[in-house]
Design a protein around this ligand. Structure first.
Ligand SMILES: [Cu+2]
Length: 67
């Protein structure tokens, strides 16, 4: 399980874009977004670096805070 801070994720639309970025790397990843706290949780066997890059490419700077 990975937890990322995504400071630019400010609404459900942002969360949807982040989710699409995550699912582009692993369609079966478990994803949840906490918009209020600007945080997402991903459960997957794909490496965190893949998700970090995909989220960044979608336009959202991010930082891994737990793995
Ligand atoms: Cu938004």
């Amino acid at each position: 399980m990975y937890r990322f801070d995504v400071p630019g994720m400010k609404c459900g639309g942002c969360a949807k874009k982040v989710e699409q970025a995550v699912k582009s790397k692993d369609a079966s990843a478990e994803f949840s977004a906490d918009v209020e706290n600007r945080r997402v949780t991903v459960t997957s066997s794909v490496s965190q670096a893949e998700f970090a890059a995909a989220i960044q490419e979608a336009g959202y700077a991010n930082q891994l805070v737990a793995a």
